[in-house]
Design a protein around this ligand. Sequence first.
Ligand SMILES: C[S@@+](CC[C@H](N)C(=O)[O-])C[C@H]1O[C@@H](n2cnc3c(N)ncnc32)[C@H](O)[C@@H]1O
Length: 252
Amino acid sequence: MTTFTNLEEYADPEIYDQENTDFEPDGEFYLAYAQQIGGAVLELGCGTGRITIPMAQQGVDITGLDIAPQMIARAKSKAQQLSVQWITADTRDFALSRTFRLIFESGATFQHMLTQADQENMLARVREHLEPDGRFIVGTIMPNIDLLKDEVEQEWFTYTQGDKQEVRVSGTQHFDWLSQIKTETAIRRWKDLKGQEIVKHAPLSLRYTFPQEMKTLLHHNGFIILESFGDWDKSTLTQASGHIIHVCRLAH
Ligand SMILES: C[S@@+](CC[C@H](N)C(=O)[O-])C[C@H]1O[C@@H](n2cnc3c(N)ncnc32)[C@H](O)[C@@H]1O
């Protein structure tokens, strides 16, 4: 199995938290399934606990797994005494001595699997850890022609850091139609205490899986799709949808 290298964007978990704050809308969606299904939950690619921590606060028995030790360390420090199992591991290659009623990935973690082998290894680990009548939820960004194109540097957004420093975030993107991988490079600019501009580049590659390809992949890897949605509000999956969300069970 290849070493996982697609992680530069997660080198600084404080920056991640400043730019990714809200539990909604995906957190509410997963929380509702966790409450409906009951029992132990595993979140793959939990990051700094944006979803994990509020779910634990609602009484969900949850395990958060992520490959980036610095993301897990920040999640642990934010969770303090809250009862959460934190695991540093690769979604493609982990073995926990227990199973779960619900396994979900969040924040496009599945799209971090850049090859079919990576995707299938992750699905195999889900199969091994899911209870026979459990549920697996996978949500990906709908590929559409407007998203999948090359772009020169564009302004993305601006925010203010704790000490009132303004951070300007812009980025470039490149889409490779053969591998179906889009690489976005975030460029962050701010000034240090001497007024000197700091510039940091962080590339992140995500693989886009087309709707019929996703169905085929799940079918051939032992999953039956029970429900499909086009967004976290459970809207119908159409070609105009922003997401492809499948709620699955094991085929046998
Ligand atoms: C966009 S972040 C999402 C974090 C969190 N789920 C959220 O929604 O805020 C993607 C996360 O996936 C993790 N990740 C990427 N590849 C992974 C892998 N092979 N195994 C486990 N975690 C992985 C990254 O470390 C990162 O924390």
